[in-house]
Design a binder for this molecule. Structure first.
Ligand SMILES: [Fe+2]
Ligand SMILES: [Fe+2]
Length: 180
């Protein structure tokens, strides 16, 4: 018989189709998919990490009566800084933890039309490390979900659940682009 921890680690979940529609234009963009070239934590790429933050934030926002769309989109782009933070210093200098939200927001805003709420979600996700606090329910949800996902990646918690979400979303992206 499985223990609670084992059961949690092998639990798989389905991705709701509404979520895939919301992120369709983002997840099929080559720059977003290029986050798979960088490791975030353990064996998890930055793309895997952003998908998990995006999807679990989306589900929490819907439950809390918040803006699920903004959480899904802001969450997917929140770490779009496009370098390997383990080996490379941020292109503009400074410490990665402090400067990457601004780099991600500028990179994402250079490609996509972001709403003010989506920009806020990206800019404040590292709070309280960066001083500007979340001023919306959605930014707070993404910031908290980011911390949960980072801890889960480092300590390999909820492994199958995170893995199946990332794999489902990446398979969807591949089906809807010419990229392999
Ligand atoms: Fe981040
Ligand atoms: Fe993150």
């Amino acid at each position: 018989m499985q223990s609670n921890t084992e059961r949690k680690n092998t639990e798989r979940i389905a991705v709701v189709p509404e979520y895939l529609e919301i992120i369709d234009d983002l997840i099929t963009h080559p720059k977003v998919l290029s986050m798979s070239n960088y490791i975030q934590h353990s064996d998890c790429t930055t793309l895997d990490h952003c998908i998990c933050v995006s999807y679990f934030s989306y589900l929490s926002a819907i439950k809390a009566g918040g803006n699920g769309r903004a959480c899904a989109r802001g969450g997917l782009l929140h770490d779009m800084y496009l370098y390997d933070w383990h080996r490379t210093k941020p292109p503009r200098g400074g410490l990665h933890g402090f400067v990457h939200p601004l780099i991600a927001a500028e990179t994402a805003a250079g490609i996509f039309d972001l709403t003010e709420l989506e920009k806020e979600i990206i800019l404040v996700h590292m709070w309280p490390l960066t001083l500007r606090p979340p001023m919306s329910k959605e930014a707070l949800i993404v910031s908290m979900t980011d911390k949960y996902c980072a801890a889960a990646e480092i300590f390999r918690l909820d492994y199958e659940k995170r893995r199946t979400v990332a794999e489902t979303v990446i398979a969807y992206a591949k089906e809807h682009t010419d990229l392999q």
